[in-house]
Design a protein around this ligand. Structure first.
Ligand code: NZQ
Ligand code: ZN
Length: 382
């Protein structure tokens, strides 16, 4: 096992009605930026519950954080924070809103252009504390320090990571997920599954406990994910999916083991250029990446097949992964999606140029996915 340090500062408030705990977790002189997305929370009643729990705080609402949150929108929220002495951000939504909150928190006191935090890894000071109310189990953003932001002007999707912007608490109420459209239920299960894969499907380092954690999360997602599509209001199913997605990327399973993240980095370019949903990009890239990296990932692919899917062989395991994505209703080829009219050949040229422009030229646990290999992966995924 590799050396590691582990700390997760997020207090998880899990279950029905836990929103009521939020008021006791706020600073006494709370001036809260209430951050949310396109308005789903107004239809399902979460908005009113948040206002109730914030009744003693000074509230500054900022709506309209879009899926794949944009730098352009988030900078408007930074202005609201700066002009109103906001001292806490409550992010109510999925990964996009929570990631957006992290960028706003980091950008607040940044002297230059805060895009440098994403593009140059620039350091920042005094980030605002964040609380999260999760409405879409998928990214794990509610209890990690990662944030991914898109600059529309340059079609760049970039991330930063700092424990200083990790939420101090996260409300995980499974009932909040009853209103999710099927497409987002599917996206969530696929994204969480691939988070586990990125931290598991590398090479053995004699870390059997991490392997079993990872396999347990994947098995839960494979069995409960399709049930969430069939019975949207089954509380127990939603609860198990929600907890799986949080555990998939709260740091635990990745400790002491090598990590890949190549599927995510190639996938981000597909979202930046063609606005595909994050999980759709992962379903496209992962099976092809498994084929191209089959030799170096051989032992873990076989273990995944045997322990999680009950199949033997590399090809059979890759097919089982594809079947899971298809069961969840997520298509696995570039040609299944609208690429703004580009042919897959043209798209691949643009994607490779973009990977190079963003310095993503040595991906994977061995740093061996160079642009030529990334091209092979995308050609297989076309
Ligand atoms: O904006 P509203 O109206 O709220 O609608 C949202 C949005 O349209 C809707 N939604 C969310 N909860 C709902 C709901 N609709 C009905 N009922 C509910 N309860 O779902 C749509 C998608 O939301 P979004 O937040 O974009 O989805 P997701 O949670 O999948 O987040 C995706 C973003 O997170 C990043 C992705 O790259 C992408 O930008 N990621 C963040 C990570 C992290 N912080 O660790 C890791 C991931 O790999 C990922 O990169
Ligand atoms: Zn992801």
């Amino acid at each position: 096992m590799l050396n590691f340090t582990f700390k997760n500062q997020t207090e998880i408030l899990f279950g029905k009605g836990q929103i009521s705990q939020v008021s006791s977790r706020l600073p006494s002189d709370a001036r809260v930026l209430f951050l949310y997305g396109g308005g789903s929370i107004k239809k399902n009643g979460i908005y009113d519950q948040v206002l109730t729990t914030l009744k003693d705080a000074e509230i500054f609402e900022f709506a309209g954080v879009e899926p794949n949150p944009s730098y352009e929108t988030l900078m408007k929220a930074v202005e609201v924070v700066r002009n109103n002495d906001v001292n806490f951000i409550l992010a109510v939504g999925g990964g996009s809103v929570i990631d957006g909150a992290k960028f706003i928190a980091a950008a607040k006191d940044f002297a230059g252009d805060p895009w440098d935090i994403l593009i140059k890894g620039a350091s920042f000071e005094n980030p605002l504390p964040i609380g999260a109310v999760l409405t879409l189990p998928a990214t794990g953003s509610e209890s990690n320090g990662n944030s991914v932001v898109t600059k529309k002007e340059t079609a760049q999707k970039r991330g930063f990571s700092s424990e200083t912007v990790q939420p101090v608490f996260a409300v995980l109420d499974p009932e909040y997920t009853f209103s999710l459209p099927a497409r987002q239920v599917s996206n969530g299960a696929v994204d969480a599954f691939v988070h586990v894969i990125e931290q598991y499907l590398t090479y053995p380092v004699n870390a059997p406990l991490q392997d079993r954690f990872a396999e347990g999360i994947m098995q839960t997602l494979i069995t409960e994910g399709p049930k969430a599509l069939e019975n949207p209001e089954d509380y127990d199913v939603r609860a198990n999916v929600m907890w799986s997605a949080t555990m998939a990327l709260n740091g635990l399973i990745g400790k002491g083991v090598p990590q890949d993240w190549g599927t995510h980095m190639i996938g981000h370019e597909l979202t930046a250029l063609y606005s595909l949903d994050h999980a759709q990009t992962l379903a496209i890239v992962l099976p092809a990446l498994m084929k191209v990296q089959a030799e170096s990932k051989k032992e873990k692919i076989l273990q995944l097949g045997e322990r999680v899917f009950g199949v033997t062989g590399i090809d059979e395991t890759i097919q089982a992964v594809v079947r899971f994505f298809e069961d969840m209703g997520v298509e696995t080829k570039m040609s299944d999606y609208d690429l703004n009219g580009d042919s897959t050949d043209v798209a691949i040229d643009k994607l490779i140029a973009s990977l190079e422009n963003n310095g993503m030229t040595a991906l994977g646990e061995h740093g061996d996915i160079d642009p030529a290999k990334a091209r092979t992966i995308l050609e297989l995924a076309a």
